[in-house]
Design a protein around this ligand. Sequence first.
Ligand code: PLP
Length: 395
Amino acid sequence: MSQTGAGTIPFFDLTRQYGEIGEEIETVLRPLISSQQFILGETVRNFENRMSEYLGIPQAVGVASGTDALILLLKSAGLSPGDAVLVPSFTFYASASSICLAGGTPLWVDVDPDTFVVTPGTLDDALQAHCRRTTSGEWRTRDRDRPVRGCMVVHLYGQMADMFSISEWAARQGLWVVEDACQAIGARFGKRSPGALSRGAAYSFFPTKNLGGFGDGGLVTTREPSLADRIRSLRVHGSQKRYIHEELGYNSRLDAIQAAVLTAKLAHLDRWNEKRKERALAYDKAFGLQDAFGTPFNAADSEPVYHQYTIRWKAPGVRDHVRDLLAREGIGTEVYYPIPQHRQEAFLSLGAVSLPVTERLSESVLSLPIFPELTDGERDRVSRSLLHLLGNLPR
Ligand SMILES: Cc1ncc(COP(=O)(O)O)c(C=O)c1O
């Protein structure tokens, strides 16, 4: 029996959002379904234009998923078969798998222990540890002599990495940069969106994202018209003119149905992100006076969108115990991510590396409910329950 209240608190519940805006979305969908125009066309173009305006990046191209957005972006940014790409291991699998699926190889990077994202320092450590610079200035891996051409920055949990310092560092190394912004729609760093200081950024509209579709969907934003054109071609079988194929492409279009749903939901995104922030600040306040775990840390110029509210336990072995105790109270939590990517079976053939911060984080992070429809009462019960448990934890 719960000591701090009754009932269950889900980690996430999309039915509440649907209860609020379902009718509005059905109104938008009905004429689209009547028109039977499901592939690209005006609805997708309109959504792309809205996203470009919202994010302040001139080009936006809708694709079938966030994973496809990453693959097409990498290919368009200049990834050639065999190239190595710097990428954090503390991320979702698709940040790294997209590099392999585009023909490259991940080169693992550790993250900052406070912000959970890469910095010029962690990128540089990986480059110096595993690569050498040739006399022509090119970086190559020491083990298999692969060229290192670029890096992927992942804006994890809704918080952007410092793209100002990272883009400067990358330019000095002769590397391009792409951004995995799948968890960071609406986030800014120094007032800039992902894609403002790199070759481009990839977004996901997986249903549980801050802007989620009724299925899979993704988007690439870029400042470069030629890169956007290449993605427009790659998403329809490498073709710009019907039945003329310049290169091997994919079938990776954003559905018109998804575009219609997402256009309707976009009108609510700032309000939803604001609600996430309010909940995060309330958690911060409630947790301020304890030192068992750290709360999310934001750099001064960072405007996060709290895709997750993730705490980090200081003592080893506590996280899973607390998670079980909260589950017994009916409170849902999640671990993003329990196995770092460099330890996934799919990537073991790349060789072992040591990433101390990543390894520690994967054993100590815990995400709490933060979705916009979480009530104040539920939020307070989460923090009360967690604080109540602290007294009974092993020391
Ligand atoms: C950081 C990150 N990268 C990539 C993806 C892949 O996006 P999708 O599931 O839309 O393919 C996701 C989301 O699932 C993600 O969170």
